[in-house]
Design a protein around this ligand. Structure first.
Ligand SMILES: CC(C)(COP(=O)(O)OP(=O)(O)OC[C@H]1O[C@@H](n2cnc3c(N)ncnc32)[C@H](O)[C@@H]1OP(=O)(O)O)[C@@H](O)C(=O)NCCC(=O)NCCS
Length: 297
């Protein structure tokens, strides 16, 4: 318990959420459930076993557990336990501890998202964390970067082929995102991944769907970010990422969505005018100093 308490302090988990985690941990201990979580997290992190990680999460989410702790909270405790083992892997690979703490601070972002969406302290996006545990995703400055195989085939004009390893950007929901932070993060990533020449960075997100000039306010951080990317593909997913903006799942009725921020108002009006929300594929090139927009045919 001390290890996850210390970890929560290091990543800035609020007192209220910490106390919920610790009470749940206690509850799981009393019912004898914590032993399995501890042993499984240790084994999975030692064996680096993605399949076992996903299977175990599946069992957590399906469980009607005796302790009456919410499955999202059980998943959160399991992820915190796994994260305590990750620190050693960073040390072994000679990676700065700050990068470890910054990377796993995503646990707190995901806990806040879970609270906003389901009113439960816990983690629903639990499968996502394998990328961090497998050391494929690192937070460098404000942004996260993932090395992954390219699964699309539209980018041959910028010398990226399906199956190549490439860098993907992810944006944690921990506050505003200024252009300066984006450039600083890209510079950190360029150095961290020992890049050379013009390097493509991909963003697969609602932020890079075509038509966002209609919903991102002029002069905003979002608009600036959007304009840095060449968008080459779009998947209409009936607004699967609605929760990221409205803290609710989309039920198909724009009028049911809250309209507090300019972005929310613009999206509601866009949807009412027949606009579709989904996931776009964007790419930018970075040479270590400057961003370029590539041409893709
Ligand atoms: C990307 C992100 C960090 C940008 O935030 P930002 O820098 O504050 O954005 P801007 O300054 O350009 O905001 C412009 C307007 O949009 C609003 N806005 C921005 N992001 C918003 C969000 N996620 N939900 C609701 N409103 C949002 C702002 O409040 C502002 O409106 P206001 O002036 O009425 O308050 C933010 O949208 C975010 O955290 N998103 C969730 C994470 C995410 O979606 N990641 C991508 C995963 S695929």
């Amino acid at each position: 318990m001390e290890k996850i308490k210390s970890l929560m302090n290091r990543i800035g988990v609020s007192e209220e959420a910490q106390s919920d985690v610790l009470n749940s941990y206690q509850c799981l201990s009393e019912k004898g459930d914590i032993k399995e979580l501890k042993e499984t997290s240790k084994k999975i992190m030692e064996d680096f076993n993605k399949e076992e990680y996903l299977l175990f999460l599946g069992r957590i989410n399906a469980a009607d557990n005796k302790s009456k702790v919410h499955p999202y909270m059980v998943a959160c405790i399991f992820i915190l336990l796994c994260a305590t083992y990750l620190e050693n892997l960073f040390v072994k690979r000679g990676i700065d501890k700050k990068i470890y703490i910054d990377s796993i601070s995503d646990i707190w972002c995901k806990m806040e998202e879970c609270k906003k969406l389901y009113n439960v302290w816990g983690i629903f996006a639990s499968t996502w964390f394998w990328g961090l545990f497998a050391m494929e995703i690192f937070k460098l400055g404000r942004l996260q970067f993932q090395t992954a195989h390219v699964w699309f085939d539209e980018c041959e004009t910028i010398n990226v082929k399906q199956g190549d390893n490439a860098l993907f950007i992810h944006i944690p929901s921990d506050g505003a995102l200024s252009p300066e932070e984006v450039v600083a993060s890209l510079k950190d990533a360029y150095a961290f991944f020992e890049c050379k020449g013009n390097v493509p960075f991909f963003l697969h997100s609602w932020l890079t769907q075509p038509g966002n000039e209609n919903i991102f306010p002029k002069g905003s951080n979002l608009r600036w970010l959007y304009e840095q990317f060449t968008i080459f593909k779009f998947e209409d997913d009936n607004f699967r990422d609605c929760w990221r903006i409205f803290n609710v799942e989309y039920n198909g009725n724009p009028d049911s969505l809250p309209q507090e921020t300019r972005l929310q108002k613009n999206i509601v009006s866009y949807l009412k005018n027949g606009g579709r929300m989904g996931c776009g594929y964007g790419v930018l090139l970075f040479d270590g100093k400057n961003i370029f927009k590539p041409e893709i045919c």
